[in-house]
Design a protein around this ligand. Structure first.
Ligand code: PEP
Length: 233
């Protein structure tokens, strides 16, 4: 079954490296919907490289206002104009380093939808929350605030347990599937729910074969050509 696989290149690659890597992925045939999320400076170059070849483009963030006096920020309408169809919002690294909360993320989702971008809303519990048995309560609260007054048909959810991101310690695929079932119950069956957190060429299939997992958000492994090739082909 066709899944959604997003490559989150974070700030790992230079603009030049991102364009070169996109060019290599361009030559591959994937049964899945593959979406590349380079950093802002590489969006335009990657767009030109993948144009017409089936790969889609995603930004890693936008600002919560449409346009205005916001020095250093990037507008959703602008990234739409340069060919982006998706935007990752609320990634745990932005929640940590840019102190974003779900009220702000909710505003960003609204701006994204207005710009006709599909938001990829990231949710996930930390290790303390997981160990105390409160993971679902945390996710439910993130969903409630993040999706306030938003039509859930227009979005993608990425479930990314914070303790699994970049640690090499992925969630157990069967446990992830159970969490996805909860999330799907909350957002509705037609909203895709992706798993993210230390996905690699060894474990990806165990996630993709779960009933409630509609795809993957892949960080580090998506910057390594041979490894990501195995995941998407
Ligand atoms: C991510 O940043 O969204 C992510 C899942 O990273 P990694 O695959 O490197 O854990």
């Amino acid at each position: 079954m066709k899944k959604i696989i997003i490559a989150n290149w974070k700030m790992y690659l230079s603009t030049r490296e991102a364009v070169l890597l996109a060019g290599k992925y361009n030559d591959l045939k994937s049964p899945h919907s593959v979406i590349l999320a380079p950093s802002f400076t590489a969006l335009s170059g990657v767009e030109k490289t993948i144009r017409g070849n089936g790969l889609k483009l995603c930004a890693q963030n936008i600002f919560w206002a449409e346009y205005g006096a916001y020095t250093g920020e990037i507008a959703g309408l602008d990234i739409k104009q340069i060919g982006c169809e998706y935007v990752i919002l609320g990634h745990s690294e932005r929640r940590k380093y840019a102190k974003e909360d779900y009220e702000t993320i909710n505003k960003k989702i609204k701006v994204a939808i207005k710009a006709k971008l599909t938001p990829v809303l990231c949710i996930g519990e930390n290790l303390r929350e997981r160990r105390s048995g409160h993971a679902w309560k945390v996710l439910e609260s993130q969903l409630k605030t993040g999706l306030k007054a938003i039509d859930k048909k227009n979005i993608i959810i990425a479930y990314e347990p914070i303790w699994a991101i970049g640690t090499g310690n992925a969630e157990d695929p069967v446990d992830a599937d159970k969490m996805h079932a909860h999330i799907k119950k909350y957002v509705g069956k037609s909203t895709p729910v992706l798993y993210g957190g230390s996905v690699n060429n060894k474990n990806f299939n165990a996630f993709l074969t779960q009933k409630n997992i509609d795809g993957l958000l892949v960080g580090g492994a998506s910057t390594r050509y041979e490894e990501f090739k195995e995941i998407i082909t």
